[in-house]
Write a protein that binds this ligand. Structure first.
Ligand code: ADP
Length: 383
């Protein structure tokens, strides 16, 4: 049925609609499929067994393959697996003379998209082919959009880190020079204004750094530095770093690490960052005279770090959102507390990158407890 006289315009139209390869040992089946599909404008090729089918797949790169399940030599199931290895985006549709549930399920497990039971009508064939090609079009489109999104994000990260962060840091430096009087005398009112402007720049720089952190974690760069580490020194160092904040907020920071916790598999710097965000929140969203207690609990398969504060607590409805990017609770108690809304999402992403999880319980006016579970490092047994 191949038309030797097709014009180049017709050939273009045909290749635009898609290429279908029919692999079946029955000549009558191959011919009838080709007749129907060519008439409908598809480029249609055929193969009489698995081996020549695979060769044609490599040469033609078809959009869709019709595979007979029962063929001498390579079986349809084996063929399906090979097609997936060559190009998993090719849509495979199974043709079978004895459609049992089991064979259909087996074929689906090998990524067949649909199946046709022999004998079938031209219309049944058309519907299945159309649906299969639509799926392929959507899969290709979605992969393209995903790639585009990643590229945009990558470009944005470069833009943010180079074009925004550097000039902001320079502005901050100039403000410092002016405030200190190196560029001429500054009165107290001007000094105060410059200080306020510097604080806004600090907030912006913090937001940019947090946002870059999120992008770095999402790109998976923390995963590469994993090794067995002890949590106690990490928690000590983080608390030490936050002691000045606790003093300024008149909050007592307590550590209870007496039970000598086991090692976890992780990246120390990232974990420090996660705990810094959680402990600083415990301090910032506390009250004068309040406490933040950091403790560890050894469990069978992991370690639990608890960060418990006696602060303002979190409304139940807000608990669903506090780990979302840029979410900040708006209450009269949180007014005046500066932040980017990225502290908790960063902490959560870091902990999940360690195969851990984070949970929170909170009571308004009483305080919140964030519990972080981290799996223990696997100890290698020497033989
Ligand atoms: P940020 O603190 O920068 O606003 P986070 O992502 O760290 O952002 O936290 C999101 C919101 O969750 C905060 O704005 C705050 O309202 C609430 N929150 C976080 N930790 C606590 C806590 N320990 N106690 C009360 N509220 C908290």
């Amino acid at each position: 049925m191949r038309d030797m006289n097709t014009t180049s315009e017709e050939r273009n139209r045909i290749s635009e609609k898609g290429t279908v390869l029919v692999i079946d040992d029955e000549q009558a089946m191959r011919d009838s499929c080709r007749q129907v599909l060519t008439k409908d404008g598809y480029r249609t090729e055929t193969a009489e067994n698995g081996n020549s089918g695979l060769q044609k797949i490599r040469e033609l790169k078809p959009d869709l393959v019709l595979v007979d399940l029962k063929m001498p030599g390579m079986s349809g199931m084996e063929l399906l697996e090979n097609i997936g290895d060559i190009d998993p985006s090719i849509v495979s549709i199974v043709i079978t003379g004895y459609a049992t549930i089991e064979s259909a399920v087996e074929a689906m497990k090998r990524h067949a998209y649909d199946f046709l039971t022999k004998p079938f009508t031209p219309d049944q064939l058309r519907i299945v082919i159309k649906r299969g090609l639509e799926r392929r079009r959507l899969a290709i489109e979605s992969a393209r959009l995903q790639r585009e999104k990643e590229m945009m994000k990558e470009n944005f990260v470069t833009l943010v880190s180079h074009q925004l962060r550097s000039p902001l840091a320079s502005i901050k430096q100039y403000f410092g020079v002016i405030r200190e009087g190196f560029a001429g005398e500054v009165n107290s009112k001007q000094k105060e204004m410059i200080e306020r402007a510097s604080n806004y720049i600090d907030d912006l720089l913090q937001l940019i750094n947090d946002w870059l952190d999120i992008s770095r974690i999402e790109a998976g760069s923390v995963i590469k530095k994993f090794k067995p580490i002890a949590l106690a020194p990490i928690l000590y160092q983080t608390s030490e770093l936050l002691q000045p904040l606790a003093d300024a907020m008149k909050v007592t920071l307590k550590l209870d690490l007496s039970n000598n916790p086991s090692l976890v598999e992780g990246d120390g710097e990232s974990l420090k960052e996660a705990f810094k965000n959680l402990i600083s929140n415990g301090i910032n969203y506390n009250r004068e005279g309040g406490t933040v207690t950091v403790s560890t609990k050894d469990e069978v398969d992991g370690l639990v770090v608890e960060i418990c504060d006696t602060g303002i607590g979190i409304v139940k409805d807000d608990l669903h959102f506090i780990f979302d990017d840029f979410f900040r609770v708006k209450r009269k108690e949180t007014r005046g507390i500066r932040g980017s809304g990225l502290g908790l999402p960063i902490a959560k992403k870091i902990i999940e990158a360690h195969d851990g999880c984070i949970k929170v319980v909170s009571e308004i006016g009483k305080g919140s407890t964030f519990s972080i579970f981290l799996p223990k490092a696997k100890v290698k047994v020497k033989k």
